[in-house]
Design a protein around this ligand. Sequence first.
Ligand code: P53
Length: 479
Amino acid sequence: MEKNFDENFLWGGAVAAHQIEGGWDQGGKGLSIADVMTAGGNGIPRKITKGIIEGENYPNHEAIDFYHRYKEDIALFKELGLKAFRTSINWARIFPNGDDLEPNEEGLVFYDNLFDELLANGIEPIVTLSHFEIPYNLYQTYGGFKNKKVIDFFVRYGETVMKRYKNKVKYWMTFNEINNQQDGEYDVHLWTNSAVLFEEGDNQEEIIFQSGLNELIASAKVVKKGHEINPDFQIGCMMAYVPVYPYTSNPDDLMAANKVMHRRFFYSDIHVRGEIPAYTLKQWERKGLNIKYTLEELQALREGTVDYIGFSYYMSNAVTTLPDVKGHAISDYPGAKMVNNPYIKSSEWGWPIDPVGLRYTLNLIYERYQIPMFIVENGFGAYDTMTEEGKVEDPYRVEYLKYHMEEMKKAVIEDGVELMGYTPWGIIDIVSFGSGEMEKRYGMIYVDKDNQGKGTLERYKKESFKWYQNIIATNGEEL
Ligand code: P53
């Protein structure tokens, strides 16, 4: 029996362009949707401004200046032993307005240099095409992905970069966490995935489904073209799999959990199987949602199914229909509400910590689809303190990662799921997506910068760096 991970297992680290690069107005880059998001805080939402407003704090404008420091950072990744590095291409660097007819050569050159540097250091680039970096103009002029024209702009962008980097990048993903816009409590997710803001009188559910379906069509078209450009490409989707558990063994709780999971499965069912699932068609019919698609688009969905499922895993949730438990009401099932799971603790940002949920998710997904998976995000956002000697002790991060990796290992060794690799989130400290803070840190490399944007931007290895270095060197044996 296999006792360890396959020798080709991709141990890595993950980030996204807008959270790491900075250089927001350099190299011919256009404004992206992340560039108009202000800094929020722990529990304080970020604002989306109309264009850039003087005096506001936009943390992604500089981020950690990876745009200028990537060589130095890649040297650290090499020292850490990374076999893979997941980042995104900032769409607005390549097509500054989104609807340009020709790409911006300076933007293309930046990623040529970045991928060359990774490959020269023996690190495989894993590339997301759209990680919350949609050109702002596609919102301003077209209203974002609710407009079918944006499908063609995405296809032009995808085809351009896949052709350009066909000998440098093998692993791709289309849309980051495509499903999180379905978790309607946060408008920001619709903004970042689709560049859509609601207007008065909008049927919000209809818009969420229409934008999502348009992205799925755009994704499928790019998957098909990608396979033509280079048949060796591995092109995946990217899902946020937050599993939802029944709070009790009451059958209604189980059914409610099943219904909430459809919010996620709608996306991966189409990505993997190429068909709109029956439960969704019924939902559209029941609610009178007018979702537009053509026969040609349905055919495109079938022809562009993905090779693997990339996903993020941070937490689990619970749902109940019991009247006497406090929670937050949702419409997925009669009487359903999301509630705290009494068996698990949460982080300082209120994110439930559930390592076993990762093993459960790997099994759930593999049983549903039987295609390879790739954990492309997992990690622990926490406040760190640096001592005067420049040391950061972060046993809480090691603990979180260790417990999750142990469960991942059980899923691979004991349960036999097919897993391509593991790239923990924010391998180096970056701007938090949700809060816009620098001080919600995930990294094993500390970056000297605070929430106000002050600091030297210097990099320091944390204690977790040494720990992960050993995990990679032993291929997970010393977990
Ligand atoms: P931050 C919610 C739930 C799961 C994943 O998030 C999420 C979110 C968004 O808040 O997003 C992913 O930085 C996303 C990354 C993001 C990371 O999780 O809010 O793909 O861009 O940084 C962590 O702590």
